[in-house]
Design a binder for this molecule. Sequence first.
Ligand code: SF4
Length: 385
Amino acid sequence: MGVGWPAAPLRVVLVAGVTFTVPTPIPDPSPLQGEGGNGMPMTTPALRAALLAWYDAAARTLPWRAPPGSGRRTDPYFVWLSEVMLQQTTVPHATPYFLSFTQRWPTVSDLAAAPDAEVMAAWAGLGYYARARNLLACARAVAAEHGGVFPDTEEGLRALPGVGAYTAAAVAAIAFDREANVVDGNVERVMSRLFAVEAPMPDSKPVLKALAGELVTAHRPGDWAQALMDLGATVCRPKSPLCDRCPVSAFCAALARGDPESFPRKTKKADRPRRYGVAYLLTRDAEVALVRRPPKGLLGGMLGLPTSDWRGHPWAAEEARAAAPVAADWHDAGEIDHVFTHFSLTLRVFRAEGAMEAEWTAREGLGALPSVFLKAAKAGLGRLV
Ligand code: SF4
């Protein structure tokens, strides 16, 4: 595949006070060097033309959508209702609810006039009842304050109860063909791959939104938004993207690198911190010395082996012997690892014969110990427990 785009120089963009380095987005209208795999010049218009042509031919048929080229405009009530429903479920699950709502309440004014209990009952199964309450509040605001007509700008829509930035942009673009930047999780994923954005999520959200915004123009903004949504939902899927069927594969920096599925990058979960301690296994014939831990704190009130402090760096053998609960001929008996919720622990086990004030417990009784101490006891006793 002849991919010219990824060879483009990197540029630094500043979004919300944070700088990101991304491949140079397609300049508009001057082409980048070279051509895409389909022989098209690597430009914003070429990318847009490829995706819109695909949308014209392969748009999903959805009950709230006016098909591309139909000359019809999508009803803003339909767009709004479907977007609210789709915020919490999939297209197949939302579709029967959408059909039942619009059959029962064909306009936003009909919905506004419906009794709360009926709407809540119809919403049952979609979950998040706060959304249903917001839905009614919004419908009533449109009916009472706007004569049953949805505002036709992002700003006007955003002022309605319960309408967030995404829904306002989606309704403005799809229903009113406004030049709105409609960015949901699907679009973020597509942008992260098209531009091979290395910054991890969620910090990269502003830059992904800015990159998506650079591709929006006054030409068919509603279809553009829906084309991107369809691409993300059906082709540029989270797992196993169908790059061989993708209309914009020639423009895709992640595909050119050979690892599209690794985008969007995610913040690596911080490694658990590791602590180090010493456990002392003091035996007297067939018994082991146990001590009760302080009532507060980790394993509070439980019986366990005597230990040193648990700290951020390992214990040297001499240090470990010096910290022992009693003087004895302590032998190093190896290490065990244990993972707690918030940290990992390496316990170095020392064993000796001796006497001390303790709860002396027969080896057979050690099975009731917390697992970290059972591991340490097994290590010290040569797994004879
Ligand atoms: S080529 Fe693959 S990774 Fe790139 S946009 Fe298309 S489906 Fe997504």
